[in-house]
Design a protein around this ligand. Structure first.
Ligand SMILES: [Zn+2]
Length: 527
């Protein structure tokens, strides 16, 4: 489910086109003094690399293909967080690096199999990658490899040679490459292709760096408790794709050519390990998440219809439990995408039965039921399907449940409140307020909080939360706008309504956002 529609500005296309208008890299002036210095062939500083990463992420957040999905976000976080901790435990990541970088995952709604480390600790993952893996260990191997490119500062090391380019141009170049790697070959991607290819050969990691990312990634994965067999299996998958010459669907292979040396190296490491038994519980969840990724990757109506019908195929019963779960879950979601909610509903009993013995899968089915109720615009059913969660203390609610429950109770508060739903809303708000204290960059949480506060009749706090949403997406202009609206609302309030603490927070946040906006404008003038 998509709680927050991304703004539909094809900024990547604009930036990609700007690549074409820029004649020759070498004729460009060197960066001026108030830009992070890249020059002298030296590595970028941590803060310069983070700034560059922020600049790229800011554009990606506005890309229509950027996906915010509480279920897939949580699933990836459950792999990513242990890997980050594993890298710390092994000493691959200094406390300074940990502190300065974003360590954030951005999901791209794209069918191609791709993952890429961006400057500043951002990791991009295409839905196509999630849809082709069969175990979470395989996905962890790709993420651990990309994480290691970041911790080993490969990006700054490969940019050391780009001294003549301003960070803005490097950012534009990377965005152009990403646009070109998308599977939907839009006109702009075609146009930019040649340029991006040239740019890519400048920015690609060296063979030594790839070897290092394999070696360290393997260690990080093992430290984090994943089965390193996933590394070998993923290599096997990529090798199969490359032998089929399926480069179009596997952009990851273009940036990560599989040499027999890389394969042999991983296989010899793996021979020293004791084989582990498959984890059925995890494989069920993976099958459901792969199906989810597939359905959300804009596959077109025909593919959705085919997946929806798959659940009725007599052969389903002969498949493994994991495959059956994936088929049923994918079919239900496909019907939802096709807006045939009755058909989606009809699959719920079979899904519940199949998941009954496996708590993590049963939970995902409950969340799916809540999503279906959202689509049916039936907020009471959303709350009913999650009542076993809302009956618990709100400190125990996990993020997807927290977002769903708060959103549904906020909608009811506006349309037909009861004492019970008002109480659930209050619990959701207090839990979300605690959450954003720990996760200030969680734009989606801020956005749901803004809606909930508005429903509760707290316009000032709601406008501030809207400002924080924009700050988290690094849209500083929109943030200034929201904080100003909050200031205006505060001035219009009479003495009885006034909230002086909230008003002074708004003043401080407005000044902060204005500072960031000024800095951004100066950078733009300098490009
Ligand atoms: Zn790599």
């Amino acid at each position: 489910m998509k709680l927050a529609p991304a703004k539909s500005k094809p900024l990547i296309a604009i930036l990609a086109l700007s690549l074409l208008l820029t004649p020759v890299w070498s004729q460009l002036p060197t960066s001026s003094s108030n830009l992070p210095a890249l020059g002298d062939g030296a590595d970028m500083t941590l803060s310069a690399e983070r700034k560059l990463g922020d600049r790229i992420a800011r554009e990606l957040y506005r890309d229509p293909d950027y996906l915010e999905d509480p279920i897939l976000d949580e699933y990836l976080q459950n792999i990513w967080q242990p890997l980050v901790k594993g890298a710390q435990a092994r000493g691959d990541m200094s406390p300074e690096l940990q502190e300065r970088f974003a360590w954030k995952i951005l999901i791209g709604r794209d069918r191609s199999v791709n993952a890429f480390a961006l400057p500043g600790g951002y990791l991009g993952i295409h839905l196509g990658l999630i849809s082709v893996v069969t175990t979470r260990d395989e996905l962890a191997s790709v993420m651990a490899h990309e994480l290691s490119h970041v911790t080993q500062r490969h990006i700054s090391r490969s940019m050391g040679d780009q001294a003549r380019m301003t960070p803005w141009l490097i950012g534009a170049m990377i965005l152009g490459m990403l646009a070109a790697s998308k599977s939907a070959q839009g006109a702009q991607a075609m146009i930019v292709g040649g340029q991006a290819m040239a740019a890519q050969s400048q920015l690609n990691f060296s063979r030594d760096m790839e070897r290092e990312a394999d070696r360290i990634g393997y260690g990080v994965m093992s430290e984090a408790g994943f089965d390193t067999q996933g590394f070998v299996n993923m290599f096997g998958k990529l090798q199969q794709a490359s032998s089929l010459n399926d480069n179009g669907a596997f952009p990851y292979l273009r940036s990560h050519p599989l040499s027999s040396e890389r394969m042999a190296d991983m296989q010899s490491r793996q021979q020293l390990q004791t084989p582990r038994a498959a984890n059925q519980e995890q494989d069920l969840v993976q099958a459901m998440m792969s199906a989810r990724a597939r359905v959300f990757s804009q596959p077109g109506v025909d593919a959705l219809r085919a997946w929806a019908q798959e659940a009725n195929d007599a052969s389903v019963a002969k498949q493994s439990t994991a495959k059956q779960m994936g088929i049923l879950y994918g079919a239900c979601l496909s019907w939802m995408q096709l807006r045939d909610l009755a058909q989606a509903h009809a699959l719920l009993p079979r899904l519940k039965l199949a998941a009954a013995q496996h708590a993590p899968s049963a939970r995902l089915v409950q969340l799916l039921e809540a999503e279906l109720a959202f689509k049916e615009d039936d907020m009471r059913s959303v709350l009913t399907s999650l009542r076993h969660v809302s009956a618990q203390a709100n400190s125990l609610w996990q993020r997807p449940e927290l977002l769903f429950i708060t959103q549904a109770s906020a909608r009811l508060q506006v349309s037909s409140p009861t004492a019970e739903t008002s109480q659930i809303l209050a619990q959701g708000i207090s839990a979300l307020q605690r959450w954003v204290l720990q996760h200030a960059q969680d734009a989606q949480a801020w956005q749901v909080l803004a809606t909930a506060l508005a429903a509760q009749g707290r316009p000032l706090a709601s406008l501030r939360a809207e400002g924080e949403t924009q700050l988290a997406r690094m849209d500083f202009g929109a943030a200034v706008d929201r904080f100003r609206a909050a200031q205006d609302a505060s001035r219009r309030m009479n003495a009885a309504q006034a909230d002086h603490i909230e008003a002074s927070i708004v003043d401080a946040r407005l000044r902060f956002a204005q500072g960031l906006l000024r800095e951004q404008m100066l950078e733009r003038q300098d490009r």
